[in-house]
Design a protein around this ligand. Structure first.
Ligand SMILES: *[C@@H]1O[C@H](CO)[C@@H](O)[C@H](O)[C@H]1NC(C)=O
Ligand SMILES: *[C@@H]1O[C@H](CO)[C@@H](O)[C@H](O)[C@H]1NC(C)=O
Ligand SMILES: *[C@@H]1O[C@H](CO)[C@@H](O)[C@H](O)[C@H]1NC(C)=O
Length: 415
């Protein structure tokens, strides 16, 4: 090695000299083979570089963490705050510390989402942790979260995916409560799909966690006179859901919408859009979605007190339907290694755009990319109705827990 370095140094001097010679005299193109020493120098340099390259290829793979990762970027600062890190860009890593709760011991997981209770045998899908590329999500601590949320009211608004996140948050927090009976639905209601309002109280912490079912966020209403017969309901894009006044008095508001904005859930059932006082028969769904979100954004601006209420909007939650024209649902045992185009959604793009343009203090929780990998985490046939496979909803525990870990990180780092 000392020999190599000696020759290298020699070579450097010659190259330097060569540079001077070229500028001064402009000849000596074959200077390097002018002497035997030159050949030795080149050979040493080549073997030195070859050795370095071999050492690199040999050692570097063994330094990588033993984990399953879809992203091979370096991880700079695990302590980065949530404001300094894009938490929605990252990968899923196997972690035996998961799941964070047992759904059978949590009375607020509805039967349809408790895949293990419904006969799912493989458990690997419950053992993945989301790892943002540039930071680490703080480890969930139920007791700390409960103390921080003491006296607060958290409200989830949206479709069944919102209901799943609501259930997940309650179950996560319940792991920190000794007397489980101190946590109850305030009207004694059972958790069912169609119910419009559910409120759970953690009495020892004076904490309320509520759910409002509002799948479009805007208000459906009667059809104006002289409308075509096929119009059965007019969705008023310029009027927010009439329950919205019940959402205002809160400390945290978490919205979602998207899964109901499909032809089969709208036009096929006679639901059409209404704006500017008339029914818009030909209005594309994405345009209607945007109009509805603008209505929501101006409501946030005029009705919500940003000094008290933190507002979040979750982007589209990836589903994993395959095949056309007949859709089928195949739940895998492991996450997919590629997002397969499911990391983007026109709904997510519209949400991001509207929030940005309205310049309202809303945090967009861009969960679309992380869900795209989780072809293993859907309810599939392990729901309350195995006859209808489901590649839209997620098993609990599962992906919605990650949405809540991120939500809690936001809330706990605010004052
Ligand atoms: C990260 O945080 C821990 C605990 O607060 C602290 O001890 C450590 O020094 C921090 N590391 C860096 C790189 O800031
Ligand atoms: C959940 O708890 C029940 C009852 O204690 C137990 O039988 C079951 O094995 C637990 N499930 C998991 C996934 O740990
Ligand atoms: C929020 O706080 C700021 C600064 O303290 C204050 O100027 C503003 O009026 C408050 N807004 C509301 C809606 O209370």
């Amino acid at each position: 090695m000392t020999g190599s370095f000696g020759h290298l140094w020699d070579l450097c001097k010659r190259v330097f000299a060569f540079g001077k010679r070229i500028t001064l005299k402009g000849h000596c193109r074959f200077w390097i083979i002018q002497s035997f020493n030159g050949i030795i120098a080149v050979a040493s340099l080549v073997s030195f570089l070859f050795f370095v390259a071999c050492a690199y290829w040999y050692f570097v793979p063994t330094f990588q963490p033993v984990s399953h990762s879809y992203d091979d970027h370096a991880i700079p600062n695990p302590n980065a705050s949530i404001g300094e890190c894009n938490v929605f860009q990252g990968s899923w890593i196997q972690d035996d510390g998961y799941p964070l709760y047992n759904a059978s011991l949590c009375p607020f997981v509805e039967r349809g989402f408790d895949c293990l209770a419904n006969g799912r045998r493989d458990r690997g899908y419950t053992k993945w942790r989301w790892k943002p590329r540039d930071c680490d999500i703080p480890r969930f601590n139920a007791r700390q979260a409960l103390e921080k949320l003491r006296g607060k009211r958290i409200v989830f608004v949206g479709d069944s995916l919102s209901r799943t996140q609501w259930q997940s948050l309650i179950c996560l927090l319940m792991t920190g409560v000794e007397d489980k009976r101190s946590v109850y639905e305030i009207s004694g209601n059972k958790i069912t799909k169609r119910i419009r309002f559910l409120g759970v109280r953690f009495s020892s912490f004076d904490l309320r966690i509520d759910f409002y079912r509002s799948v479009f966020l805007v208000q459906p209403g009667p059809v104006p006179r002289h409308s075509p017969k096929r119009v059965k309901t007019a969705l008023r894009l310029e009027k927010l859901d009439d329950m919205s006044n019940e959402w205002i008095d809160s400390d945290v508001l978490v919205f979602n919408s998207g899964h109901w904005w499909t032809p089969s859930k709208l036009f096929d059932l006679g639901w059409y859009f209404m704006a500017g006082g008339s029914v818009k028969l030909g209005m594309p769904i994405t345009a209607a979605f945007k109009r509805a979100l603008e209505t929501w954004a101006s409501w946030v601006e005029t009705s919500v007190n940003p000094n008290r209420t933190s507002v979040f909007f979750r982007t589209f939650e990836s589903s994993h339907w395959n095949g056309r024209p007949r859709l089928y649902c195949k739940v895998t045992q492991r996450p997919s290694s590629k997002p397969g185009g499911r990391d983007r959604s026109p709904f997510s793009d519209i949400i991001t755009k509207v929030v940005k343009e309205a310049a309202i203090p809303v945090t967009v929780m861009h969960v679309t990319p992380m869900g795209a990998f989780r072809s293993d985490a859907h309810v599939g046939t392990w729901s309350d109705n195995p006859a209808v496979p489901d590649c839209s909803h997620w098993c609990l525990p599962g992906v919605p827990d990650t949405w809540n870990e991120i939500l809690l990180w936001y809330l706990l780092s605010r004052d």
